[in-house]
Design a protein around this ligand. Sequence first.
Ligand code: NAD
Ligand code: UDP
Length: 381
Amino acid sequence: MARVNLDGKTIPMLAICMIGGGGFIGSHLCEKLMAETNHKAVVVDVSSDKIIHLLDRSLPWAHRIEFHQLNIKSDSRLETLIKSSDLTINLAAICTPADYNTRPLDTIFSNFIDAIPVIKYCTENKKRLIHFSTCEVYGKTIGSFLPEEFRKDPKYFILKEDESPCIFGPIDKQRWSYACAKQMTDRLIYAEHAENGLQFTIVRPYNWIGPRMDFIPGVDGPSDGVPRVLACFSNSLLRGEPLKLVDGGESQRTFLYIKDAIDAVALMIDNPERANGYIFNVGNPDNEVSVKELAELMIKAYAKVSGVPASSLSTVNVSAQDFYGKGYDDSDRRIPDMTIITRQLAWKPRTPLDELLDVTIQYQHRTYSRAMERELSKPSN
Ligand code: NAD
Ligand code: UDP
């Protein structure tokens, strides 16, 4: 039976050029596209490790997925791939905070300069673009600058796509190189739309987490690498080391389960008339915790799946300077306003934090505990 969109229209089969489609979000999107739609995925990435399970030629969707190993910084095949697709989704980015202040040039090039040709090819070839921005473009909340008594007023901390300002720290706080580059890309896309008619949708993920996020240092990533918080905490749990709370873990985040998030992206793909021209916050405002609370929840969840007593797992405070080095700064709080996505796409997140942590930690334990045992039994130099 033909699939229909929110307006009852038959959904045409699309060829989707997914740049950076071999990463965490891309891998989950590919799974959904293959299992539940008849769209074709033309995946462009430097690595296929996270989608390798989808690329076996004996799978029923083998004719609907192709992988092109290329670096978009320097490959002339990119324009042809965009030109021959109906829709481009740009996910390619350096997006781990530990890189923002230590590799600011790579961060700015990846999140701004490298996106320019993608946007240009979409405009020139009249192709629709779904671009991945970030909730980090809002920076710090207005509330963080106000006395305590004002901070409880939602108008000082709820982040709205069409109203909230973007508040970054000074230039020597290089943490903001990512947010600033992403913001510039959002502005370029918006300007291409305004002046040249580019059909765009901008997605602002709010801490999407789940299986296959980032890497575990020393197991499937560099031993001195620092991934995002979910993988940092998983790494410490697997090693039986204390979870490190940067500056006491007081910053707050809202976490969204990757599967809920992918449902929102699928709605954007299949409902262009409702999604074109919009910037969408995609997050779960009900899943807010401080980083310290996240650590406590992850300890509980890990104790359940591993049998390791929670009493033997702990946290330790570290300064941002020691953990990330010079130039780190932080977003204090990120709560998405959901008005636009609810109105346009009737999307709502479903998975509560404890449930999504259970599923994710079961995955981390299943995937990494053996490899970690081998890693820990190696003689240290
Ligand atoms: P990810 O690092 O897992 O995926 C990014 C992919 O892009 C990687 O597979 C990487 O190899 C690829 N890539 C980077 N540079 C490339 C290049 N020059 N050529 C080809 N491929 C390249 O990250 P993710 O979590 O899947 O994030 C995807 C997008 O969503 C990013 O733009 C990120 O900024 C944005 N985002 C994600 C979150 C989140 O919660 N996961 C939050 C905010 C923003
Ligand atoms: N963080 C932490 N310990 C870690 C890793 C991260 O306390 O081992 C904190 C970090 O300082 C930030 C929050 O966790 O306040 C979320 O960090 P993440 O890297 O996931 O990305 P962000 O949400 O800042 O983009």
